[in-house]
Write a protein that binds this ligand. Sequence first.
Ligand SMILES: *Cc1c(COP(=O)(O)O)cnc(C)c1O
Length: 392
Amino acid sequence: MQWIEKELQLLAADSLERYLNKSGPVAQSPGYISRGGRSMLNLSSNDYLGLTQHPAIIETMRQALLSEGAGSGASRLVTGNRLPYDLLEGALTEWQGCQASLVFANGYMANVGVITALVGREDVVFSDRLNHASITDGIVLSRAEHVRYRHNDMDHLRVLLHKHRDKRRKLIVTDAVFSMDGDQAPLHELVALKNEYEAMLMVDEAHSGGVYGLHGEGLCRQLGLQDEVDIHMGTFSKSFGMYGAYVCGSRMLIRWLVNKARPLIFSTALPPSVVAGTSKALALVQAEHWRRKKLNEASKLFRSSLFSSGFNIAAGDSPIVPLILGNNDTALRFSAALEAEGITATAIRPPTVPVNTARIRFSLSAAHTDKDLADAVSKIRLIGHQLGVLSP
Ligand SMILES: *Cc1c(COP(=O)(O)O)cnc(C)c1O
């Protein structure tokens, strides 16, 4: 086992070793996190709508815990399929206006389950280079040919689709909003290419579900493309403030997944209280429009304030605002300086992002106040000057 120590030393030498952060005993208020007994502004959570501490969700979970018990006791196909699942899947189908829905234990398992169920050795998957790791892992596990196209490059994708046009099944898969850059996939063009080359199209709405669409249905719905996307996937761990994931599509697709998606078949069902809490979260995502509106306005202001200060900030309108620093060590020092100022914002380094694009990935929440964010911008500017990231 000595090799592990050597490898760890190499990681540390490149400022690439990762650590689990210690939490503190302080109760957390929305938008904040406790670290080592201090309450810190949390600019690194995916709690976009500020629902993780919602009293109505907590109360629903408490009631379900009392009526349904702690664990589900088995996988869904055995005896774990309790009433809260049927209620949630019915509500999801109505929300998305699709034929059927299926809940998975989390987004990682949903992506692995769907991709391995749809393609195999004789098939090919076209995947954006910046897609989430769970998509990559699903493709590798499926044994299909893994073809990566340059980020959002539709000309490149077309060439690759043409090259592999004779494969048995073709699947194009993309994040709707990319996790580390906050930019959007060109969904109109993807739909056109999928139709032209008779491929299946799967869209991962992990970062866009709850955030886009009149009732939080996601980016596909916002663009009017919900009926053109074959497999619509999203997670409950971000905007919903919960845990779990969903896949929406045709009745046939869902029947197939129930038979073939191994993470669904060979793993225990989520605790019923979690599923019940998610139904409550879904109702709030649909009804509380003010959360989306507030998040949207805060994202615009935060992004433009940092951009006009002279930081390297990509354009976009999502609550994910990456501040690109390049160097791993600068990113770590920036994050540490923010920590000293009472702000938690994690440095993201390779292999999560390409080499020389280390960054601070800010993610905003409807739980943040205008003052929280204005203060944060001042501190970020100050640190930018101190570290020489901004010219004087
Ligand atoms: C977070 C995320 C996932 C995984 O979802 P979990 O529910 O946290 O497992 C999948 N895809 C994307 C794009 C994500 O950002």
